[in-house]
Design a protein around this ligand. Structure first.
Ligand code: ZN
Length: 94
């Protein structure tokens, strides 16, 4: 059967079923191996004010946010990009 990607878009391997995770943006149920995990640091203080406080020697705490995104949301927000056929599948596999 011709497939678009060698790993079928997942990292499951030969494992059978696995738990589903809800997308944090749209709420879609996605298998865990297909979810795109994004971690970013979010400051509670506005950018220019944070810079000013940092230069004066203050410590500003930042929150670390981890999000689970489905593939379509990850593409929409620029986490992933649509790749050309040659990039997404090694040629010897075809
Ligand atoms: Zn989503």
């Amino acid at each position: 059967m011709p497939v678009k990607r060698k790993n079928r878009g997942r990292t499951k391997g030969q494992k059978g079923s696995e738990p589903v995770i809800q997308c944090d943006n749209c709420g879609a149920f996605v298998p865990r191996s297909k979810v795109q995990r994004v971690t970013r640091r979010v400051s509670l203080v506005r950018g220019d004010l944070a810079r000013e406080l940092k230069s004066s020697g203050a410590y500003i705490a930042e929150n670390v946010i981890t999000e689970n995104l489905c593939i379509s949301c990850a593409i929409h927000y620029g986490v992933l990009k649509v790749r050309a056929r040659e990039e997404r599948r090694p040629t010897e596999f075809v």
